[in-house]
Design a protein around this ligand. Structure first.
Ligand SMILES: *[C@@H]1O[C@H](CO)[C@@H](O)[C@H](O)[C@H]1NC(C)=O
Ligand SMILES: *[C@@H]1O[C@H](CO)[C@@H](O)[C@H](O)[C@H]1NC(C)=O
Length: 370
């Protein structure tokens, strides 16, 4: 398949400029249009929420059409919690993450909040995997600062580590990101010797997908010798991105008007994340797709989803499927009026309060698992 012209330079920059200009021209119109609440995407939304969601939706569309990804350099500011970590022992990467001969574990960077944890002395630690359809995001302050703030302010976690995993917008297909999540988990449990039951894996959107992928990997590959994770918080998990490749049934059609996600974003992510054909692994693989593939896990799972999300129905189904497996401890929190992944973009789209409520609920769940 030939890549669309707008995804290649110099057309890409021109397209982004023109498209942003077009959005800029429409903003004054939206500023007036959303004044009466009955014209907003949801009648109970605040003015700021209506405007925020509309603008984010427009920019996300531009970004996705131009397929404008992000580099993942190892450089960062150590006094802002930046660390570079090495791959774990070779045996930690087996089965599904060892089949692609071109994709090997690599050193990666990550950000600690509120500051670098040098030696573990007790308390709850969060390993947070950021979202962004596997194509954008880096876990650094500008990208994930709001998420880190929600976690540190509203939960018992004393420290949170946000790895900057490889992105598929740079050609890093499955299992590159999962390898990086495994490296991060081993960094916590083996290098820093944090007891696994003190670790909560937390992930938003595609990051929640990766978090579930790690749990599945731990359950499926005992010879990797990874201990079970203490708890999991899954924020707006992106459960079946493969679906966004089916162009005649737009994935994000339900709740389309009350969310900022678009099919271009989903399709960009799913297409570039897809494993190489020679690995024999498809997007429907149980390590990637979690619909109809629920598994038994000793890790308690907390799902937080927004009532107005395009992915609401899929996520509810996955929650029910996990709950139906004997022995699993699973809870679902549906945030009323909320859009996709407020724990990541709440500050941008005006859902700070809803994100805080969700974080408090996640903490309550964690306490109930102790
Ligand atoms: C790194 O972060 C510190 C603390 O925020 C800041 O003072 C310093 O200027 C930064 N260094 C660089 C090279 O950006
Ligand atoms: C994770 O992402 C893949 C690839 O886009 C998708 O097929 C799968 O269903 C997702 N799984 C979960 C649990 O979100």
């Amino acid at each position: 398949m030939v890549a669309p012209l707008i995804t290649r330079q110099p057309f890409k920059t021109l397209f982004i400029l023109l498209s942003s200009l077009y959005t800029g021209i429409r903003i004054p119109f939206w500023i007036v249009y959303f004044i009466p609440s009955f014209l907003r995407q949801h009648p109970q939304w605040s003015y700021r929420q209506a405007l925020g969601v509309r603008i984010v939706s427009a920019f996300l569309k531009t970004l996705s059409q131009a397929e404008h990804g992000k580099a993942t350099p190892l450089k960062g500011n150590a006094s802002k919690g930046w660390v570079v970590i090495q791959p774990a022992r070779a045996a930690a990467y087996t089965g599904v993450v060892s089949k692609d001969k071109q994709t090997k574990p690599q050193p990666l960077g990550g950000t600690w909040y509120p500051e670098t944890l040098k030696k573990y002395t007790g308390g709850d630690i969060v390993l947070h995997i950021h979202g962004g359809a596997f194509v954008v995001g880096d876990g650094r302050q500008g990208d994930s600062g709001f998420t880190a703030k929600m976690i540190l302010k509203h939960t018992s976690a004393t420290h949170a580590f946000f790895p900057q995993y490889r992105l598929s917008s740079n050609g890093a297909r499955f299992p590159a990101a999962l390898q990086d999540v495994i490296s991060s988990y081993c960094y916590l449990t083996e290098t820093l010797e944090i007891p696994a039951d003190k670790i909560t894996i937390s992930g938003d959107s595609a990051g929640a997908n990766l978090s579930m992928s790690l749990l599945r990997y731990i359950a499926d590959e005992p010879e990797a010798k990874l201990p079970g994770v203490g708890c999991a918080w899954l924020w707006s998990p992106w459960v079946d991105p493969g679906k966004s490749l089916i162009t005649d049934s737009p994935y994000f059609s339900s709740n389309r008007h009350t969310d900022y996600l678009n099919d271009e974003f989903g399709s960009w992510g799913a297409r570039t994340y897809s494993p190489r054909p020679e690995t024999g692994i498809a997007l429907s693989h149980p390590n990637i797709c979690f619909i109809g593939t629920a598994f038994a896990t000793q890790t308690p799972l907390f799902f937080s989803i927004g009532e107005c999300e395009a992915l609401c129905a899929d996520m509810t189904r996955v929650y029910q499927e996990f709950k139906a497996i004997p022995g699993n401890k699973v809870e679902l929190q549906v945030q009323s009026k909320a859009v996709h992944d407020i724990v990541l973009v709440g500050q941008i789209v005006g859902f700070e309060n809803e994100a805080a409520v969700a974080a408090v609920a996640a903490n309550k769940f964690l306490e109930s698992c102790k």
